[in-house]
Design a protein. Structure first.
Length: 242
């Protein structure tokens, strides 16, 4: 690969990382805590490219009076074009900007595995509010492992997207440990209202109550939620739970 090609690729790849990190688009792919590392990596890549370009320019100026021909790593027309394939992910970032994962990931999940790996006990008391906002991960974890009945007769608000699996309707989120590659679905079965008119992947706030005893090994720890109200919302910037 020619040095000029290396430098151009470093600038473009570093610029793509900075664009992802500074515009918030990175939240479609990784956890929020990784933003500083993305920014640092992008800055380092761009700085390395700038230093290399400056060094090459000085070297060319130093050789110019001697009339020596400039050396190349590859022949003018015989160099490999494969390094330019590295531009494909850069173009995807700048031109396509792939969306975050959604309901397709929920429908493809293996429901034979438990959704939560939390240990029992140690749950903090719920707020005394008339409606308690919980993440779907918190809600599912409590329904599966909290034996105190803290959710019984409590009205809860959940935020997620509409997903459909085998004719049933769920509100779901994707939880990640590091990045979208390890995303796992966390979902709650919705009952008590007709959800047929809601589009798949529509983001909603659902208010209602947990049906006790529904989050079991037989249901893959998917609790049932009796819906009292559904409100459409815009997709949040941070779509994953962690």
């Amino acid at each position: 690969m020619r040095r000029e090609t290396q430098n151009v690729l470093l600038v473009l790849l570093g610029g793509a990382l900075l664009k992802l990190a500074l515009t918030g688009t990175y939240l479609r792919y990784v956890k929020a805590s990784l933003q500083p590392w993305l920014v640092a990596t992008g800055v380092v890549m761009v700085l390395l490219a700038v230093v290399a370009i400056g060094r090459d320019v000085r070297a060319q100026h130093a050789l110019a009076p001697s009339g020596e021909p400039e050396a190349h790593d590859d022949h003018e027309h015989g160099g490999s074009r494969s390094p330019w394939l590295l531009l494909l992910p850069v173009l995807a970032v700048f031109l396509i900007s792939p969306p975050a994962l959604g309901s397709d990931s929920v429908s493809r999940a293996d429901d034979g595995l438990p959704q939560s790996q939390a240990s029992s006990g140690g749950f903090a008391p719920l707020a005394d509010d008339a409606v308690v906002p919980l993440t779907i991960t918190e809600f599912v974890t409590r329904t599966a492992w909290d034996d105190s009945g803290s959710l019984d007769d409590r009205t809860v608000r959940l935020t997620g997207f509409v997903a459909r699996v085998d004719g049933q309707v769920f509100v779901a989120r994707l939880a990640i440990s590091c990045c979208a590659a390890d995303a796992r679905p966390i979902k709650v079965l919705l009952t008590g209202t007709d959800m047929g008119g809601w589009a798949t992947d529509q983001w909603v706030e659902v208010t209602g109550r947990y049906v006790p005893g529904t989050a079991t090994k037989e249901t893959a720890y998917v609790p049932t939620f009796t819906v009292r109200e559904v409100v459409p919302i815009a997709a949040p910037q941070e779509t994953y739970e962690g």
